[in-house]
Design a protein around this ligand. Structure first.
Ligand code: SF4
Length: 254
């Protein structure tokens, strides 16, 4: 289950929603790389508004995200919600998704190759359907995919860059990284994140001044998606995986 704001009765938007719905249904069946064999419940999709000018692109699902089937919903998601609220954004007014759709075992950080493999198959098509006006990249994996493999989050965050989609993007720290910091490092990184998100909110308002970025209250995403908790998504475990993240043939069954 995923949520989006219903579009107005405009043909183009209805077509977009249909294309996107079809895409997500196919995503749930994906078994193209070894990550579907790492003990998760299946691919996670997205949450928020498809009509939003802002797409937030995170890294990949953690344990809570895998349990509920949507990105950035656990402790990292709660911190993201607070940071967005401080710059006048709520999660229901943005589109949130990840580079990698299936949770790597033990919450390990996905490799750049794994990110590229999944994102070229799903994220690229997703963003082509949603057509956001700006992208916020969260953390190193998203930055490296959207800018280039040599980009570094500490050096390149807070700077606008052009993506291959022709959509401008700005990167900031992933909230999971902030959760690992303490003391002065944490204070500094939190302020930097605030300024990065504020820059994104300001640019969005310049581009689409009539779009409302903030609802009256933040969403409780865990409550909203509670019915999803623990449910297997998509393919059954007997399916054969055909390729790994490097495109090599795999022919084993589970
Ligand atoms: S390509 Fe993406 S969605 Fe498909 S199995 Fe790999 S990580 Fe999951």
């Amino acid at each position: 289950m995923y949520i989006y704001c219903e579009p107005e009765e405009k043909t183009l938007e209805v077509i977009t929603v249909n294309l996107h719905t079809e895409l997500i249904e196919k995503l749930y069946q994906c078994n193209l790389c070894h990550l579907c064999n790492e003990g998760n419940l299946g691919p996670t999709a997205f949450n928020g508004s498809m009509a939003s000018p802002i797409a937030i692109v995170g890294e990949g699902p953690g344990e809570t995200e895998d349990q509920f089937g949507v990105p950035l919903i656990g402790n990292s998601g709660k911190l993201l919600d607070k940071a967005l609220w401080s710059v006048g954004i709520t999660r229901d007014r943005v589109y949130t998704t990840n580079i990698i759709k299936c949770r790597p075992k033990g919450n390990r950080t996905p490799t750049v190759d794994e990110g590229s493999f999944c994102a070229t198959r799903w994220l690229d098509n997703e963003l082509a359907a949603v057509k956001p006006r700006i992208i916020i990249a969260l953390g190193s994996v998203a930055l490296k995919y959207l800018l280039n493999a040599n980009a570094r989050i500490t050096k390149d965050r807070g700077k606008w860059f052009q993506t291959k989609y022709g959509i401008p993007a700005i990167a900031t720290y992933h909230p999971a990284f902030l959760l690992r910091l303490t003391g002065k490092e944490l204070v500094k990184a939190k302020w930097e994140t605030f300024y990065d998100l504020q820059a994104a909110a300001n640019r969005c308002t310049e581009i689409e001044p009539d779009y409302l970025l903030k609802s009256a209250a933040p969403l409780d995403l865990l409550a909203l998606y509670s019915a999803n908790k623990g449910k297997q998504r998509g393919i059954s475990e007997s399916n054969v995986r055909k390729e790994n993240a490097n495109g090599n043939e795999l022919s084993h069954s589970l």
